[in-house]
Design a protein around this ligand. Structure first.
Ligand SMILES: Cc1cc2nc3c(=O)[nH]c(=O)nc-3n(C[C@H](O)[C@H](O)[C@H](O)COP(=O)(O)O)c2cc1C
Length: 383
């Protein structure tokens, strides 16, 4: 049943976003909120979800609805998971661990970024049943092998390889704020931290966030963020490297960031188990189609042979249901969850999960659909 198990001062992700904007320093908020260039691709993601209409059906008892969803042999509580977000603790100290613990408790997937600020082994211990690992593919095969064997040894369930960052993005809000790693106090960053003392004191207490999984690959301890990313990762992941990764990882393998139809076919032919249709939250190419537009364009054969998932612009339970109607078995969001922890600290993790739980349940009830598994294209208006 739909129940409100969350703080009603922030009943939706948009309320958490507004609160996060006030509660944390501007450079931290901009880090999560910004997208590329004019931020049109980010906007397009939302518009495409809004434009997907579903027709309600009545004359059915919807006292109880089943919102659970299965992916890669596990039935999760619902079809929403936490997308990988690098430098997650920038939003709030301990954000990544809080989200991983909440995801384990709620039985939803938590995808840890290669560029996380918490050790991958610690996250796997905290979320043993629901942890997935996202890989930015290193330039060297040696580092690729090492990260995959660490993920395997730690017990990550699914490997998610991100394709859509061939090179680092130029994001203007980030450039203007001057955020760098290792963290350095420019006058702007110092001022912003001083006017948000709770955030600053807690960060000082824990030590400022850094890419802890990457320490061993750093040429020198002061190597900056952009520099480390471009030095470390492959500028355009090749199909050949995906083949090698397939041989190294025997569990479910997912490619994240697919938009082009032929790339979906390539993934299928490479023996990949699933794809996340995504434009990286509009953070890489402002001309990119929305994730919904790309999902609609997927070739039918790829839908039959792989698990199709979506992220980029998912903000409500209704969006998760819309994604399913368009053929995405599962949805993920980065910003929704990190706005939550920015707004409320560790408590925000559960707040976002409960909002999605309530909204998915109510959406199915409003539609007259008793089980998430039954949601399909026949519910789309104008299909
Ligand atoms: C601040 C930030 C950092 C991100 N870092 C990563 C990352 O390290 N690896 C990755 O695959 N995707 C990363 N992403 C993309 C997300 O995984 C996801 O695709 C995106 O957030 C989905 O869009 P949404 O934020 O609109 O839900 C990042 C996104 C944001 C906002």
């Amino acid at each position: 049943m739909a129940t409100i198990n969350y703080d009603t001062r922030y009943p939706g992700v948009s309320d958490l976003k507004a609160k996060a904007r006030r509660r944390i320093p501007k450079f931290a908020y901009d880090y999560i909120d910004t997208a590329i260039d004019c931020e049109i691709a980010k906007q397009r993601n939302r518009e495409s979800f809004h434009q997907t209409k579903l027709t309600p059906r009545y004359l059915a008892d919807v006292t109880t609805v089943d919102i659970s969803a299965e992916v890669f042999g596990r039935r999760y509580a619902m079809a929403i998971g936490v997308s990988p977000v690098g430098l997650g603790d920038m939003m709030w100290p301990g954000a990544e661990m809080a989200l991983a613990v909440a995801a384990q408790k709620a039985n939803i997937p938590y995808v840890l970024s290669t560029f996380s600020t918490t050790l991958m082994e610690d996250i796997a211990e905290a979320a043993p049943d629901v942890c997935w690992f996202q890989l930015y593919v290193p330039k060297t095969l040696e580092a690729t092998k090492e990260l995959i064997s660490r993920a395997k040894a730690a017990g990550f369930k699914v490997l998610v390889v991100t394709l859509d960052i061939p090179v680092g993005a130029k994001r203007n809000r980030e450039l203007k704020n001057g955020l760098k790693l290792p963290f350095s106090f420019t006058p702007n960053i110092l001022w912003q931290s001083m006017i948000h003392p709770r955030w600053a004191i807690e960060q000082l207490r824990r030590g400022f966030p850094d890419f802890v999984n990457m320490q061993r690959y750093r040429k020198d301890p002061d190597q900056g963020l952009a520099n480390l990313v471009s030095e470390f990762t492959m500028p355009g992941v090749t199909l050949e490297r995906i083949g090698e990764i397939r041989r190294l990882w025997d569990g479910p393998l997912v490619l994240k960031g697919i938009q082009y139809e032929q790339n979906a076919i390539d993934a299928m032919n490479a023996g990949v188990d699933g794809i996340v249709v995504s434009n990286h939250g509009g953070r890489q190419l402002d001309a990119a189609p929305s994730s919904v537009e790309s999902l609609r364009a997927l070739p039918d054969e790829t839908r039959k042979k792989m698990t199709i998932m979506i992220d980029s612009g998912v903000r409500t339970g209704l969006d998760v249901v819309r994604g399913k109607s368009l053929g995405a078995e599962f949805a993920f969001s980065g910003r929704s969850f990190f706005y939550g922890v920015g707004a409320m600290g560790a408590k925000g993790a559960n707040q976002v999960i409960e909002i999605f739980r309530d909204e998915i349940t109510r959406t199915l009830q409003q539609l007259g659909c008793v089980s998430f598994d039954e949601m399909d294209a026949t519910w789309i208006c104008g299909q």
